[in-house]
Structures are given as C-alpha cells and as structure tokens.
Design a protein around this ligand. Sequence first.
Ligand code: ADP
Ligand code: MG
Length: 317
Amino acid sequence: MTESNLEEAIELIKERKKEAKQLKGEEEFGFVDSQQDEKITTPQKIKGLARTVRTLQRKPKETISKFDKKTFDPGFMQRHTREITYHLVRKELQKVGLITDLLAEINAGKEATIYLAHLNGAPLIVKCFRHHLTCHKSARGNPQLRATAFAAKEYYKLLRAYRAGVSVPTPAKQINNIILMRFIGRDWKPAPQLRHAILGDPLAVLEELLEQIVILYTKAKLIHGDLSEYNILIDQHQHPYIIDFPQAIDLNGYQMQFTQKKERNQKVLQKDLKTIYHFFETKYRLTFDVNEVFHHIIGEKDYQERLELEEIKAKRI
Ligand SMILES: Nc1ncnc2c1ncn2[C@@H]1O[C@H](COP(=O)(O)OP(=O)(O)O)[C@@H](O)[C@H]1O
Ligand SMILES: [Mg+2]
C-alpha cells in the first residue's frame, strides 16, 4: 500500500465515520428517514385510529339503544307523554257520568284548557290541567301527579272562596287533573272577561270587586295572587266573578308566625290591588286609594305592624 493509498483510505474512513456520526445525531434528535417513518408510525397510527373509529361507532349505538327503550317505546309514550285531548276528556267524563257531552273548547291557556260541556242540557265548565306545562319552574316529577295537584289546589281554594261567599263559579267536582264548575254566561255564551266587558256602571263593578277581595282575604283567608282583567268575568247582570285560583295564597296556618312570609303575602295582595287600580284608571279613569283599601283589608293590627316594620327597615338603611 503506497502512502497516497493509505491517505485515501484514512480519508474514506473519516468520511464514513462522519456520515455515521451525522446519522446517529439525526436519529437522536428525531430526524428519521422518511421511509422508516412510514414503516414504523403508519401502522401504529392506523391502529389507534381504528380504535377511535370503533369507539365513535359504538357510542352513538349505545345512546340510540337507551333512547329507544326510554323515549321511543310507544308504550312509554302513551303512559307518560300522552297529552290531554278533547276526545280523551270527553270519554273519561262521560264514563263517570259527569257530563252528557263536551261541546267546545273555550280557552287554552298555558296550564289548562277550558271546555264547555253539558249535563242533561245544563251547561258546565270543564277545566283540564295539562300534563306538560311549558317553561314552568315546577315542571319536574311525574307530570300526571303535578297536573292533578294543580287541579286539587284550584278546586279546594275555589270551594273555600265559594263557602265564604265570594262570587266565584261554584265548584262541582274534581277528578284527577280535571275540575268541573258552574258555567258563567248566558245562552251558552261564556261571560266576557273584564277587559272585554262593556260596563254600564264601572264604579259599581269596581266597588263590588273590592268588596269581593275583602271577603276573600278576611273570610276565605285567601289572596288571589293573579288578579287581573283576565281573571274576572262579568255576567249578564254586570256582576264580577273571580276565577283562576291555582296560585292563590292560603293564609290559614302560617301567616301569624312568620313575619317574612306575611310580608311577602301582603306584597302579593298589594300587587293584586295595583293591577285592578291600573285597569280601572286607564280604561275608565276611575281611581281609589290603594293603601287605604290595603289597610282596610289586612286590618288595623297588621297594618300597624307593617308600619313599624317599615320604620325599622328605614332606620337600618
Ligand atoms: N266558569 C266559567 N264560566 C265561563 N267561562 C269560563 C269559566 N272559567 C273559565 N272561563 C273562560 O276560560 C278562560 C280561562 O280560564 P282560567 O280559569 O283563567 O284559565 P287559565 O289558567 O288558562 O287562565 C277565562 O278567561 C274565561 O273566558
Ligand atoms: Mg286565567
């Protein structure tokens, strides 16, 4: 081997070493041959991907099967989400002999539907609470029981008011979510709501109405809570009838013990009075002293107690 040959060989070895070192460095820092990359990583990726795809496929399947069982089973639908229909109410009430026939739907509010019915030729009102109340905060639990509870509440408050002598439609019967009551109207035409009634003597109506609110509070121990021109019917003799009681506040029992509750209830009463005031003031230019009527309704003792409470509150501020 000549000297130049040796030099060439050394150069070659050096170059090879350099190349090897470079390759090692690249491997260490993750610069891997693209071909190798495909060989190693692609199958792993696909394997993982396949797993994800499988899980994705499985998840909706599971949800669908639960969905099927609980929501889309027709039996379940019938038992729990079946809505009250005209035919259903008619069939049920005819079956128990409470009506001869259902004649027409008068009103469909957010909680109940009102039907006109007749029993052997005499008109009757059927108020049927729906199982599904929309956007109602108590819309939880068993819908059928909830509707029944609403009907029971209205029926017993209506009965209390009626027995105390307030002019309300006479309650006749409650079964489940349905209540039957006297029809207010004439010749099968329901009496108009206060907002639609043409009053010959609005002052007489206002006075009678305030009198009714006094009896409702003092004798029936109830505050209506939703008193307005919508929930007062005017009969053919221009007498006002108060309707729609499910939200009425029952004053029996707790009102004497809890000041806070008492205060809240009194606010509800004031709100009812203000609504009536506002209606008569805007439509008939008739006014009354809300505070004076309020004082008269709750009585001297409660009124003084309230004044003292307000004084204490004012001092605290
Ligand atoms: N006893 C009744 N006689 C005649 N019409 C009635 C009677 N009860 C209700 N109505 C009619 O149905 C409407 C709604 O009744 P209401 O008890 O206020 O139910 P809702 O809870 O839907 O407001 C009333 O405004 C009235 O027109
Ligand atoms: Mg109403």
